[in-house]
Design a protein around this ligand. Structure first.
Ligand SMILES: [Zn+2]
Length: 335
């Protein structure tokens, strides 16, 4: 795809100068006439859909990178995109309820909403925790930080695109096979490198609670995630509890996120004497849109290597990994 790209700054500029910001402005120049219009929400999903759909579909992401997807409210003009989309891929698991509601109210006849996470994760496997407590009814939605779930998402995308556009099914299959092979290489590299972390050290204290499923599948433990369900800062009592836990568990590093800057982690690090690493990326893909690094797999590689080196390991296999699939450009719908 050679889509016109809209960085957050460009989005602001569009809004500021009163552009009508119509779907026509952003639609793919390269997607063939009559291509499926596919709307997606968060950037990890958009990256997966782009990897499978390649140049055959017109993909438009709704949630800009680097914003809090958990509190994101779609703009009224997103209704226009959602009214044109043939398929709307969302994570589900209650992550994007406002966008889902807007989609349901505006989707055209024959359009479909596919909740990738809700399909991929049986209810018995839901994880609830401090940031996503069970009494709120919203499970932790972050399946995509685990490459095995990213592969399942890609397979669901492949199935749906092939069903709606059978003429290109062989290409979706080939794209999926390539994505799966790369994600498996990534899983293998993290499994190798995590063995270099000193025994008993695969313990995560993060600000944003995005690694619960990854941790369960890869044998790590999440000592704590600091961000409360409101996405506000934790209370002094909650902070005191975490400081206690960090001391008990003896973690060397705590991990913050550039998407959710917080002074609380800094204060906790100062109080406990542990290192504060503030650069996990959550859903802010590395590199500029259109560059080879701008993909979910590169984001995960970056996060895993940051965690493993922060915990005293050597991320040599992750560093040595070379991804060979071409990453198609992604477009964000103008806001
Ligand atoms: Zn998140």
């Amino acid at each position: 795809m050679n889509l016109r790209l809209f960085l957050p700054v460009a989005l602001l500029a569009l809004t500021a100068c009163g552009s009508s910001g119509t779907a026509t402005d952003s639609s793919s120049a390269a997607a063939p006439e009559g291509a499926l219009v596919v709307a997606t929400t968060v950037s990890p999903l958009t990256s997966i859909v782009a990897a499978v759909g390649g140049d055959n579909v017109d993909i438009q992401g709704i949630v800009p990178e680097g914003v809090n997807s958990h509190t994101f409210e779609p703009a009224p003009q997103d209704a226009e995109l959602l009214s044109k989309a043939d398929i709307i891929f969302v994570n589900g698991l209650k992550l994007e309820d406002p966008t889902l509601a807007l989609a349901e109210a505006n989707m055209k006849d024959g359009a479909e909403i596919v909740e990738l996470g809700t399909i991929a994760l049986p209810e018995a496997d839901y994880i609830y925790d401090f940031s996503f407590p069970e009494d709120e009814g919203k499970p932790n939605p972050h399946l995509w930080t685990d490459p095995t779930y990213a592969i399942q998402y890609a397979d669901l995308v492949r199935q749906k695109l092939s069903e709606r556009d059978p003429a290109n099914a062989a290409e979706y299959q080939a794209n999926y096979d390539a994505f799966k092979a790369e994600a498996e290489k990534l899983a293998e590299a993290v499994s190798t490198d995590q063995q270099t972390v000193p025994a008993g050290g695969l313990k995560l204290v993060t600000y944003h609670d995005a690694y619960a499923y990854f941790a369960r599948n890869f044998g790590w433990s999440v000592v704590g995630a600091i961000q409360p369900k409101t996405f506000d800062e934790p209370t002094p009592t909650e902070i005191a509890g975490l400081i206690e836990q960090i001391r008990t568990e003896g973690v060397p590093t705590i991990f913050g996120s550039e998407v959710f800057p917080s002074t609380v982690l800094e204060a906790i690090a100062a109080e406990t004497g542990v290192r504060y690493e503030d650069s996990l990326r959550d859903d802010d893909l590395p590199g500029e849109p259109g560059s080879p690094e701008h993909s979910l797999l590169e984001l995960l590689r970056y996060n895993y290597r940051t965690m493993i080196s922060g915990l005293g390991g050597d991320p040599a296999a992750l560093d040595a990994l070379v991804f060979t699939i071409a990453v198609p450009d992604m477009a964000y719908y103008p806001q």
